[in-house]
Design a protein around this ligand. Sequence first.
Ligand code: MLC
Ligand code: AMP
Length: 471
Amino acid sequence: MLSRTDLFGAAAAVARRVAGAPAAAVYGEASAATIVAVVGCLLAGVPAVPIPPDSGPREREHFLGDSGAALMLGSPPWDDLSLPVIPVDVRDRADIAPPAPAPTGGTTPTPTGGTTPTPTGGTGSAPPPALILYTSGTTGAPKGVMVPASAIAADLDALAEAWAWTPQDTLVHGLPIFHIHGLVLGVFGPLRIGSRLIHTVRPTPSAYAAAGGSLYFGVPTVWSRICEDPASARALRSARLLVSGSAPLPVPVIERMRELTGQAPIERYGMTETLITTSGRVGVERRPGWVGTALPGVRTRLVDDETGEPLPHDAHSIGELQIQGPTLFGGYLGRPDATAGSFSADGWFRTGDAAVIDADGNHRIVGRRSTDLIKSGGYRIGAGEVEAALLSHPAVREAAVVGLPDTDLGQRIAAFVVTTEAAPERAELVDFVARELSVHKRPREIHFVTELPRNAIGKVRKSALAPPPTA
Ligand code: MLC
Ligand code: AMP
């Protein structure tokens, strides 16, 4: 257990070690040391680059090289690192007055909030980002999303109001602390608001049940697994609020949660690039399948794919959801082209999600515009990066990757592969991707095919890919 004073004392010691570095990688295992490391970077004004602990050499090399990290904090098990590794001891102390939690009871947008980053992606005279988080696109290697401290502060203050989150709460979750859900909401949230955090290391039903918190976070896979364990689910009856996000929460799971825990989770919607932008509210009836209204300061609109014209908010018209507001990222690191491409000509961030909005401003996410972004267990995975990894296996000639509907994971990664004559075992290909990229990006099924369906110009027709019927 770490008190607020302990945490900031140990983080101050980290801040002294990293001060002046252009960026610091942090081994992102679920531990107190990781939290101390990231907070130390924040105190030093050094961008923290959390590295997933299950990432393989190909991903690591990209994250470390692309971010310009000068050192790595933590105790990673990897022996291929070419940068200095600085272990973190949570018992270290240096002097620093811990920052007080933000006053609660009202949203106080930060003075820097309210501006939307220019689509150029240039940092200009802007302060360095608090975080650089690597996130998948439809093609190519993951891009470094620069998350400003002002965006984090604005988002957490808005969420505190939406969820009536106060210092009296005890937040419980076991999500990875290298993405915004587990890190920004799940670690910085309690620090800004002043509530306790119990991190269960893994988000298992029994650990959630045993923690006895007032506020719980989970991705839909976590909630559906809790429904499979009714005794653990019933233990959540004493919780004040359950919150779901990162992927669509299936309606049957919501209904089962209501039965077992006495409440439906509040749903909120967001992205690494925008942080959380819409949410249900405490005290407002929850509508299954809807992700609530825009948070204070956030503006949303729907745009027609073909005409580029704004669409009415009539609960029926489906368009791309676009966002402006104080919670937006500061661009993709070193990728002004990609940053510019993610904004409309008139300065709105293009989420790539298809949505409807009703007359009261409630949002429903109905799908993604590209089938090449897969959400599996709440993780965002680009089909292109898994295909590239498979193609680097000597026995793979062609590969196409899709996300298939899955009751546990939302989508599961399926790979359709044309091999050389020396066809490998399926497990070998799965392990190859797990090792090279990361474990959570591994295909859950491999289908060997003799050819991939292609259109007249040779592009793979992914809609024609389906697993063979089981006997
Ligand atoms: C299995 N394992 C292997 C393997 N196959 N290891 C190596 N090679 C292989 N071939 C091991 C894993 O290492 C792991 O071990 C164990 O098997 C289980 O792996 P898994 O099946 O992948 O994990 P699982 O338990 O199914 O994970 C489900 C889950 C996880 C829900 C816990 O998907 C999860 O944590 N999701 C959260 C993602 C998230 O936070 N997304 C937010 C993004 S931000 P071991 O030893 O580790 O158990 C965002 C914005 C927003 O989206 O709106 O929030
Ligand atoms: P990430 O980049 O990992 O932050 O993933 C962001 C994506 O997750 C969004 O673009 C959505 O497709 C999806 N997402 C997040 N929250 C929700 C939600 N509540 N409902 C549906 N999809 C969601």
